[in-house]
Structure formats: C-alpha cells, structure tokens
Design a binder for this molecule. Structure first.
Ligand code: SF4
Length: 358
C-alpha cells in the first residue's frame, strides 16, 4: 500500500479553486471524497430485520442478474479512477461480499491500485473461517465483522436464518490468526432485542485487540420499520459499559472517522460507538457507496443513484469518468443524519442498505 500522507486539509492550505491542498474536489460542505464502499453483490445469506427483512427479501425478491452487476475489471477500473480523484480507502461490502464468487481475485486486482492506503471488507463472518487465509493472501488488509449478540438464541433471531454464533466467532479467530487485523466487530443495538448483550460483548473482546463498535439502530432504506423508540442512544451504551469498565474518550484517528472512540482506563483496549441518530457526523463525511450494478450514492440515506455502469460500459475515457465524478461530488450537499431530527427530509424512497452496503 502507498505511504503517501495527504496534506492536512486546513482552510489555510485550501486552494483558490476550492480544491483540497492535494487538488482533490471538495463538496459543498468542504468535504473531500476519501472512502469508497463497493458493494460486490446485493445477495446475502442472512435476513437481519434491520437491513434485509424476510418479508421484503423473500423467495420472490428480484436480486440483480449476473449481467447487471459490475465485472471485476469494471470495479477495478472505477476504483482506479476514484483513487486518482483522492480516494484512499476501499471497503468491500454487499449484501454479503463473501458470497461473490472468486472474491480473492477481485481483492488481488484492487490491492495494487496507486493511492489506496486501506483495503478492507465488511462481512457477516458466516464464511470467514474458510476464506480468511485466501483473503489475506490476496492482499486484504483487515476485516470488519457484524456480530449483533453473543447469545446464540438472540443472534439466531437477529440473523433470522438460525445461523449459530459460534461459526462467526470461529471466523473472527481465523481472521486474527492470518493477520486481518485490527478486527472491528460491529454490533447494531436495538432496544428490546439485544441491548442487554452490550456488556457481554464488551467483556468478551476487551484485551483482545479487537475493537467492538456499537451502532445505533438506523432508519436505513424503507423496509426495516424503524422507530426512534427502538434506538439505544450512544450515551446509554457508553454509560452501561463505563459502569463496569471505566472508559475515557479518545481522539479520532483521522478526519471523517465514523466511530467515536472510547478507551478502557485500565488499558484493555478500546471500543467505538457509531451514533448516526443521536450525534450525527455528516460534517466530516467523506464516503460514497457504489452498488453492485454500478450506481453511485453519495449518502447512506440517499434516494438517487448515479449510473457509473453506463459510463464504464460506454465510450467514456477514465478522464471523462473522473470529470463526471468531480462535478457530481462538487455539488454534493448530503447531511441526512443532521437533518433527520428536524424532519426536513421525508426519507421516502431511500436506497436499501443491503443494496449499497453500510
Ligand atoms: S447521513 Fe449521509 S452525509 Fe451524513 S454521515 Fe451518513 S452517509 Fe454521510
């Protein structure tokens, strides 16, 4: 991975043309595009109700056909264009990315792109035990594993396909053994479902080097029946853990870091809290998401996607695609989470998280 350190994006360093000191385009809130999340499939082998409820994503659901999804070559070409425009981090998502056939081949194709400093993957861990070695050998840096409870009954209920928690824990162990570290463990906390498991999750991963990130339940998409009443606020989560294992706030590691970091005062590592509902962080959001069929979304809660597949399969050159992206990003205004509370955005027609990844 390249070690080029980007020049700090301070007002003093900002160029007259509104670009960052590195010449990267800034959006209307002066945010550069640094983090591209690439969904490599819209399919998943879990049916977590907050993301892919069975009632909606059932037997008759029309998933994307093979010819509709971007090929590895198309993904690589787009990733190179994004990297030339300032993207430093690629995160592979889904659906469940490990369901995409020959995923290690794609990772190898992305692992030597100039400018990319971090190549990571978010997975439900169901296939990780057998794939960890190949993913690492292909050039993957690290993994984030979704794990909503250690209580087997609660976990089976939350993935809604009766999948045992032990197999995900085995996947995390395998990833640690091959060095896909630091491992982040994402737990979506929903009131009345798994908030009682927060402490056990903290206890289990303290001192392991793995970082648990507790995520506030979000109104992603339009199919999860989200209610504010089901949200356990970050403050409550931190307080519950702090009562047992005293915590101290830590500084972000970089501008645009999603999670608020908290360190255990006794040195047993850290946790993260992703508080999109109670403490929105749109001001530093440097992320965009590419769906498996090549639609670009500039916000997790976006309603409109922008067709890059048409460009990558058309006559456009890399430069022309780059210019299209620059112009699109320079007009970006997204700050859904900040506006959620003031209800100025209806939220109708929001893209499904399972289609663009978290
Ligand atoms: S709501 Fe949209 S703009 Fe705000 S942090 Fe999330 S993805 Fe970024």
């Amino acid at each position: 991975m390249s070690t080029r350190k980007p020049t700090p994006d301070t007002p003093a360093n900002r160029r007259k043309d509104g670009r960052s000191p590195d010449g990267d385009v800034l959006d209307t809130m002066k945010r550069p595009l640094r983090d591209l999340r690439i969904s490599v499939t819209d399919r998943c082998n879990f049916r977590c109700p907050y993301c892919m409820p069975k009632e909606v994503f059932g037997r008759d659901y029309k998933f994307l056909k093979r010819g509709e999804i971007l090929t590895f070559e198309e993904i690589r070409r787009l990733a190179r264009v994004f990297a030339a425009g300032g993207v430093k981090k690629l995160r592979l998502t889904g659906g469940e990315p490990t369901l995409r056939r020959d995923l290690p081949t794609l990772i190898e194709m992305l692992s030597d792109i100039q400018g990319i400093e971090d190549l990571t993957l978010t997975t439900n861990g169901s296939l990780l035990k057998n794939m960890a070695g190949d993913l690492k050998a292909a050039g993957l840096d690290r993994v984030t594993v979704s794990l909503d409870s250690l209580n087997d009954a609660v976990f089976r209920e939350m993935n809604d396909v009766d999948f045992p928690v032990q197999r995900v824990l085995d996947g995390i162990q395998a990833a640690a053994e091959v060095g896909l570290t630091p491992i982040k463990v994402n737990m979506v906390v929903k009131k009345g479902v798994n908030e009682g498991d927060v402490l056990e999750m903290a206890r289990r991963f303290r001192g392991t080097g793995h970082i648990v990130r507790f995520i506030e339940y979000m109104d992603v998409g339009t199919s999860n029946g989200w209610r504010m009443d089901d949200v356990v606020a970050a403050k409550e989560i931190v307080a519950a853990i702090d009562a047992e294992f005293p915590l101290e706030a830590l500084d972000p590691q970089y501008k645009g870091e999603v999670a608020n970091r908290w360190g255990y005062r006794d040195g047993a590592g850290e946790i993260g809290v992703i508080a999109s509902v109670s403490q929105p962080f749109c001001g530093d959001c440097t992320r965009a998401r590419l769906s498996a069929d090549g639609q670009l979304y500039t916000c997790l809660f976006a309603v409109i996607g922008h067709d890059l597949r048409k460009l990558v399969r058309g006559e456009e050159s890399d430069e022309e695609i780059g210019e299209f992206l620059d112009s699109l990003w320079s007009r970006r205004k997204d700050r859904y989470s900040e506006l959620r509370a003031s209800q100025t955005e209806s939220g109708d027609g929001k893209v499904e998280m399972s289609y663009i990844g978290g």
